[in-house]
Design a protein around this ligand. Structure first.
Ligand code: IFM
Length: 448
């Protein structure tokens, strides 16, 4: 299999990176004064995590960060997207900073700079301090204010050594998936609380941007996971289903940030469950941002009878349809429907059942996935979307939330028994792409 995409197809100055998040890789959940997070609690609740695991050890990155940064540098990328664990910085989510926690990120950022990697930090990738959850978590308006204080502590310490600060990663997940669907911590099932949480997350984002503006001149923005919705047919019923799916997943988060309003059709559809929006909130949620991060994995195909799975498509181990065209469509649609700041694809990737063999890890499906989606990004740039960078999810296999360690998204295979890292074929392929060297011929899996 040879590659159809190369570096020349991306705009000048395009950033290639890799991404991770704190709870998924760090481990060391009780070290150096780190407080407990909602994920520590959730993992201890029977039945919540598929394999009964937790992030207690994960990739042991807290101890192996230097060699992990070497690995990233050796992939040839110029940027690393990582997240900061709020409970390391403020163990209970409020008050004085835990200096040892900040020291860790201080060293990590300096380590990136020493290796020529631009630090792209995310302040919240789901590890809320448990003490704040005990007071209602994101369903409580106060959490938005606590978040802005935490953001200011981090920006005050790391300053402009960090190239870009994203406030939130995927607020749909930390609200709807966590408070309504119950699959993520804190595991609740209440739409009213979920919509309150979504509003307070976006409010916290806006307050944090405002607080950080005073302290740094780094780029400030937010990362949304977006899932373009396609109607299963032209029937008005299916078109409406797709419109509502788009409203719930995408517009409910895009519009408050980029337009300063909630989408009217969804506001009506949610009835009495809509959040309590105070005067001035939407001016806060839509304050100026320097970039929009887009996480894209798949699309939905919606009908009046629910979601449809196209039979001709292939699917990842998560059961997500592989649909690269959706990424071009999404980026072009964003450019058409909103006044966009620069856009980064901050996550994109796929889980497949990798096996470590004597000659490495052959993951041709993942190579094909990356190839298709990178081509989709290049096409969106060609059509005029201001897309400035792409971060592969993920640097290495890690704790995949409710799926535990059963799903591997890494470019790098992690042998959890001994913490050995092994570059998969996809890592070799990505390295060749970003360094502009000929991409290696990818070995097909036996039986393919
Ligand atoms: O692993 C997650 C990540 O934490 C957030 N975005 C989706 C990824 C894959 O599920």
């Amino acid at each position: 299999m040879t590659s159809t995409i190369d570096r020349q197809q991306f705009p000048h100055g395009f950033t290639f990176g890799v991404a991770t998040s704190s709870y998924q890789i760090e481990g060391a959940t009780r070290l150096d004064g780190r407080g407990q997070s909602i994920w520590d609690t959730f993992c201890r609740e029977p039945g919540r995590i598929l394999d009964g695991s937790s992030g207690d050890v994960a990739c042991d990155h807290y101890h192996r960060w230097e060699t992990d940064l070497d690995l990233i540098r050796d992939l040839g990328v110029s940027a690393y997207r990582f997240s900061i664990a709020w409970p390391r910085v403020q163990p209970g989510g409020r008050g004085a900073a835990n200096e040892k926690g900040l020291d860790f990120y201080d060293r990590l950022v300096d380590g990136m700079l020493a290796r020529g990697l631009a630090p792209y930090a995310t302040l919240y990738h789901w590890d809320l301090p448990q003490e704040l959850q005990d007071e209602g978590g994101w369903a409580s308006r106060d959490t938005a204010h606590r978040f802005a204080e935490y953001a200011a502590i981090v920006a005050g310490r790391l300053g402009d050594r960090v190239r870009s600060y994203a406030t939130l990663n995927e607020p749909w997940c930390s609200s709807i998936l966590s408070y309504q669907i119950g699959e993520h911590a804190p595991g609740l099932r209440d739409r009213r609380l979920a919509l309150a949480a979504a509003h307070h997350l976006l409010l916290g984002h806006g307050l944090a941007v405002h607080a950080m503006r005073e302290l740094v001149s780094a780029d400030l923005g937010i990362v949304l996971n977006l899932n373009p919705a396609y109607p299963a047919s032209d029937s008005p019923e299916d078109v409406l289903a797709a419109r509502l799916s788009d409203g719930a997943f995408n517009r409910w988060f895009l519009d408050p940030v980029l337009r300063g309003e909630y989408p009217a059709d969804m506001w009506e559809a949610y009835g009495a469950d809509v959040p309590d929006v105070h005067e001035g909130d939407l001016a806060v949620t839509s304050g100026k941002i320097d970039f929009l991060g887009v996480n894209y994995y798949s699309r939905s195909v919606d009908s009046a009878r629910g979601q449809v799975r196209p039979t001709e498509s292939s699917y990842t181990q998560m059961g997500w349809e592989v649909y690269p065209q959706g990424l071009t469509d999404l980026l072009v649609r964003l450019e058409n429907d909103y006044t966009l700041p620069p856009v980064f694809v901050t996550e994109n990737g796929a889980a497949y059942p990798d096996e470590l063999g004597a000659d490495g890890v052959h993951d041709p499906e993942r190579v094909r996935y990356f190839e298709g989606h990178l081509a989709a990004v290049a096409e969106a740039a060609r059509q005029g979307v201001p897309v400035k960078g792409y971060f592969a999810w993920s640097l290495m296999d890690n704790f995949e939330w409710a799926h535990g360690y059963s799903k591997r998204f890494g470019l790098v295979y992690v042998d959890y028994g001994n913490q050995r890292r092994v570059l998969k074929d996809s890592a070799l392929w990505y390295r060749a792409l970003v360094t502009g060297t000929p991409t290696p011929v990818v070995v097909e899996r036996a039986g393919d």
